[in-house]
Design a protein around this ligand. Sequence first.
Ligand code: URA
Length: 251
Amino acid sequence: MISKAGLGSRTEALAWIHARRVQVNGKIIENPDHWVSFGKDKVLFDGKPLQTKERIYLLLYKPAGYITSYGDPEGRPTVYDLISAVETFVSPVGRLDLETSGLLLLTNDTQLAERLTNPLHKVPKTYLVKCSSLLTDESLEALRTGVELSDGPTLPAQVKRLRDSEKYTHLEITIHEGRNRQVRRMIEAVGSKVLKLVRVKLGPLTLDGLAIGKWRNLTEAELSALREERKKPATPSGTSGQASGSPRWRR
Ligand code: URA
């Protein structure tokens, strides 16, 4: 309930409850799933009333070489190193791999984050991809229709050939899922590899005007557009319009 209210991460909330720092209606709570009705129940943290923090929404242009997590046992740089001036704890909405750069949204609005990452809402994410070889039109069509990955077939994607150089194909891919290393695995499923991956869009958000390694707050207009995205009806997975009889590429 603490993390749902945007007061801290779930890990932080668990630690606070474990340390017996949280009281509800005069009693220390021990159960992390204890339900609290904000506005009705009296919640104290270290004996003081718990304030709901202001919601903040940050757009970060993550460079390659930074991990999307809080702290790293191997000591690699994390996205939190790039937002060290931000005093409120925010969590990333989805993840970008170590070597992926691009748009990362971070917020303490856990409800919005949950909604945006829920696969049923199919929020579009657009990537620029440099492939390690030239891809045929047939491979591009396979990526559009759906390729078979170890965790199941992919939903239809929008795929645009941007250009071919002598050895490499450059694509723009929009997917509506957020599985682990999905774009990399899709490209591997058609026999190539990703040499460079940049996320340039998340729903209505773009990287326009943001320098690599920098962040800014979302504008009111972006926030409203994001809330509209969130309101779009969820569609059950498996009703993706997968063309039948088309070949499946496996990875
Ligand atoms: N797909 C990937 O393969 N990696 C990312 O970081 C994001 C999408």
